[in-house]
Design a protein. Structure first.
Length: 217
């Protein structure tokens, strides 16, 4: 399975549940940026399931996936800051303060397009930002001290635990991302792959997704 890095923890938990329900099945989750993974699938890379953080990126995989992809959850941006929030960032407007170092994802990534949409719709101005490849890179900038704040998904800060603090902001509701999963056309295990995509919608799967901060459909 190829999946956006924001789902690493969630899909790891779902995979354990799926394997328990399907003895003899082993699920391996390879994570990366949604855009890069969709491009790899579109170029013919063999995989069983593709999971992206938004519908637009899934569409980029084109005919390489078995349509239609299924939405299984929604995810929302939060502000990741250093533990204890030393810069006292209370919301989106604080990211425009002088000297606050802000990172967001590349424009081609779901987290990047969501951040752009949030700033476009919010009446707070647009901060000077540094773009990084994906959510994992954005979060690392904060945990390493190279940035004061990053716009990432709630799932990312949940997975980071005590390494970061989370600041929720109301404007994120203007750019909620629909998470999608689909069976890849070149899957060597199409029946099992389809069963896993379906499993994401079962009570067992949904419980694991909600436990890491994903909103259910």
């Amino acid at each position: 399975m190829l999946a956006d890095a924001t789902f690493k923890q969630a899909l790891g938990r779902v995979a354990k549940q799926f394997q328990a329900a399907h003895p003899g099945t082993k699920v391996t989750v390879t994570v990366g940026s949604s855009a890069a993974l969709a491009a790899r699938v579109a170029q013919g890379e063999a995989a069983d399931v593709l999971v992206t953080a938004d519908a637009a990126t899934m569409t980029a995989a084109g005919a390489a996936i078995v349509a239609p992809p299924l939405p299984f959850a929604r995810t929302q941006l939060v502000i990741a800051v250093a533990p204890g929030n030393p810069r006292k960032i209370g919301g989106l407007a604080d990211l425009t303060r002088a000297g606050v170092r802000v990172v967001i994802c590349a424009a081609t990534e779901p987290c990047g397009s969501a951040a752009t949409a949030v700033f476009a719709s919010a009446n707070v101005g647009v901060p000077k930002v540094t773009r990084v490849p994906d959510v994992a890179a954005a979060l690392k900038k904060v945990t390493s001290g190279a940035a004061d704040a990053a716009l990432v998904y709630r799932t990312d800060t949940r997975a980071a635990g005590d390494d970061v603090s989370t600041v929720e902001f109301s404007e994120s509701s203007s750019a909620v991302s629909e998470c999608q999963a689909a069976t890849v056309a070149k899957s060597a295990n199409p029946v099992t792959a389809a069963a896993f995509v379906d499993f994401l919608h079962t009570p067992a799967g949904q419980d694991q997704l909600s436990s890491v901060g994903l909103r259910l459909p």
